[in-house]
Design a protein around this ligand. Structure first.
Ligand SMILES: [Zn+2]
Length: 402
């Protein structure tokens, strides 16, 4: 049922929209939410429901009152980077580990994605290359639903279990309307991407910096000693930031300043940066450099030409786990029991789990068996999805037997 479920979920177009002000950002996400509620009701999870914001909640009663309540979370929306409408899937059985021709114009090649050769012999779900697949994060939803189906017919020892499917994760709002009280779990796991066996609990500290430069526009023919060109001042501002600390020059634990948008003219120029760093001190340093660059320019020109607005977006969740490593160890045990090596790499991004963790619901992320997210090369590995279901079953079992 896992694969059938997954294929059904990806048939829903659930793209979220960062420019929308509504919650959820696109109402079509509610169509999948309603479908999931119905499916949960069919599985006899009568309390399952969708709230006014499109979040789906469900609770499964345990039979061991001493056991922790564990939560499982996945998101329903897909990335706005690429269309997720009319997804046409194809299953490649016994994959040969070579290039995958998606259509006449597009091939997922081993040269670009060398890890493909490790997947030889497995079964892959790919698209026709005109859409993303939506394994991010419908693989996570299908895996959690398959766990629910198993739990509803099993009387093995377990604690209470909380389930939530969230909208708008891809636009960074998945945790905005999350109801912690209703969810009511001791800790949780997001199932959101990456190879099976991965446990992620380190992510970036993140901030945005909006920089506004005011200039003085005068006819260029008689502007001597009068014109202040905001575009050139903006370029000067940017040149004060460490050029080696850019996304295209950094990896692993290295942080960056990323100028992602710039527009303007002689009078007014606007630059939008994001700032990222795993280390909180290096993060604070980077934010301070933005302020120092502002002061440097304003001093140099003896005028308040540059204004900056630096805002924190989210924080690294790693520090919250230092005295709560049992949550990570539990997942490692569940993964090892399934014959996989647990792997933890720092996330070079954020997750809803980081927000939830910051609010007190500790939530690392587990791999789902999906790859190449947010574009037409996205695919899922069926055997890894199946293993992922077994891993979350193991988590429930380990907790239930304590
Ligand atoms: Zn995701």
């Amino acid at each position: 049922m896992l694969v059938e479920r997954f294929l059904k979920y990806v048939s829903f177009d659930t793209e979220s929209d960062p420019s929308s002000e509504t919650i959820p950002s696109t109402s079509k996400q509610k169509l999948l939410a309603e479908y999931l509620v119905k499916e949960l009701h069919d599985l006899k999870v009568d309390n399952a429901h969708m709230d006014e914001y499109g979040y789906v909640y469900a609770h499964i009663k345990g039979n061991n009152p001493d056991a922790d309540t564990v939560g499982f979370i996945a998101h329903m929306d897909t990335s706005f980077d690429f269309s997720g409408k009319d997804v046409k899937t194809r299953i490649i059985e016994d994959y040969d580990g070579l290039d995958i021709k998606l259509n006449d114009d597009l091939t997922t090649s081993v040269e670009v994605f060398p890890f493909l050769s490790n997947l030889k012999g497995q079964s892959l779900i790919v698209t026709d290359g005109t859409t993303l697949l939506g394994a991010d994060d419908k693989a996570g939803i299908a895996e959690i639903m398959t766990l629910v189906e198993y739990l509803m017919t099993s009387d093995a020892a377990r604690g209470d279990i909380s389930i939530c499917f969230t909208p708008d994760e891809e636009i960074g709002r998945g945790a905005d309307m999350f109801d912690y009280k209703k969810f009511n779990a001791d800790y949780a796991y997001t199932l959101d991407g990456g190879p099976v066996g991965s446990i992620e609990f380190e992510n970036f500290n993140a901030a945005s910096a909006d920089v506004h430069v005011s200039g003085i526009s005068i006819h260029p023919g008689d502007s001597k000693d009068k014109m202040v060109n905001a575009i050139l001042i903006a370029m000067e501002f940017n040149s004060l930031l460490d050029a080696t600390a850019r996304p295209e020059h950094t990896e692993s634990y290295e942080g960056f300043y990323h100028l992602h948008d710039m527009s303007g003219d002689v009078s007014n120029t606007e630059m939008n940066y994001i700032i990222r760093d795993h280390d909180s001190q290096a993060f604070a340093f980077k934010k301070n450099q933005i302020v120092k660059a502002r002061d440097f320019i304003n001093n140099k020109y003896q005028a308040e030409l540059v204004k900056v607005d630096v805002k924190d977006s989210y924080y690294n969740m790693a520090s919250f786990f230092t005295d709560q490593m049992h949550i990570i160890e539990l997942a490692r045990e569940a993964i090892t029991a399934q014959g996989f090596d647990p792997v933890s790499l720092p996330i070079r991004g954020g997750t809803d789990g980081a927000r939830l963790t910051y609010e007190g619901l500790l939530t690392p992320n587990l791999g789902t068996g999906g790859y190449n997210y947010h574009g037409p090369h996205e695919f899922a590995v069926i055997e890894e999805m199946q293993a992922s279901v077994e891993i979350i079953k193991n988590i429930v079992k380990i907790i239930g037997e304590r």
